[in-house]
Design a binder for this molecule. Structure first.
Ligand code: SF4
Length: 243
């Protein structure tokens, strides 16, 4: 059984086409800007459990809407935290003929996660900072496994999208934006790099959960912030978009 935080039907922001998005429960990272802090811990009384059959039944119902490359996206939380459960689920979904996207922070790298990557048609990897120290400051984890996962995907030659949350003062430094884009400039598997401007929509959840919000006082990223980052990325990468 897969432990799930929430489900979104007809999602249009998490992979190609229209998608069923399954947000799994639990995450090894603690990102300063996480807009779903209640998905981070394993214990959430509101979490539900789904079997492969439950998911395939939903997919069959939504199939008519998947014409433009749609399908299912596993997002989080962090889906690879439940790789043992996800592997057989994804095998069955593949057999049923649906496109699978894995939206991951890349925080876990094992033989099993490599098998999971192989099963997924598309991996969307969040590379939250190229600088190791800043990555630790931002997520409480280093970016070592994140970069390992990027290289693994490149080695398999299967499709990879990169995602980057642009946070004023935290992830928008010119030198690191350049380094981030340069790092991936030779990757042939990357078909898209998405910039996600930081917003304040999830901030109220921290107060509701009695948690401190580390980015208190940090402003949302503007259109001009995003355009500036896009220009820097575009010097080294193709198909950069602001999501
Ligand atoms: S990886 Fe995603 S779910 Fe996990 S803490 Fe970061 S933003 Fe939240």
């Amino acid at each position: 059984m897969l432990k799930v935080h929430s489900i979104e039907t007809f999602g249009t922001h998490d992979g190609p086409g229209i998608r069923l998005v399954i947000f799994t429960q639990g995450c090894p990272f603690r990102c300063a800007y996480c807009h779903n802090p209640d998905s981070q811990t394993w214990n959430n009384p509101k979490a539900i459990e789904l079997t492969a059959e439950d998911i395939i039944e939903r997919l069959q119902k939504e199939k008519p809407y998947f014409k433009n490359g749609g399908g299912v996206t596993f997002s989080g939380g962090e889906p690879t935290l439940q790789t043992k459960e996800l592997l057989p689920i994804c095998q069955q979904i593949k057999q049923a003929g649906f496109h699978i996207t894995l939206d991951t922070c890349g925080g876990i790298f094992t033989e099993e996660t490599q098998q999971l990557y192989d099963l997924c048609d598309l991996v969307m990897l969040d590379v939250k900072h190229i600088n190791r120290d800043w990555h630790v400051k931002l997520t409480k984890h280093s970016n070592d496994t994140v970069l390992k996962n990027a290289h693994y995907r490149e080695q398999t030659g299967k499709e990879l999208w990169l995602r980057y949350v642009l946070v004023p003062g935290w992830t928008d430094q010119d030198e690191y934006l350049k380094e981030w884009a340069q790092y991936f400039s030779d990757f042939k598997s990357i078909t898209k790099a998405q910039i996600l401007p930081y917003h304040l929509l999830g901030v109220h959840k921290y107060a509701e959960l009695g948690l401190d919000y580390i980015l208190d006082g940090v402003r949302a990223a503007t259109e001009s912030d995003a355009q500036r980052a896009k220009k820097i990325f575009e010097k080294h990468l193709k198909a950069v978009e602001i999501a």
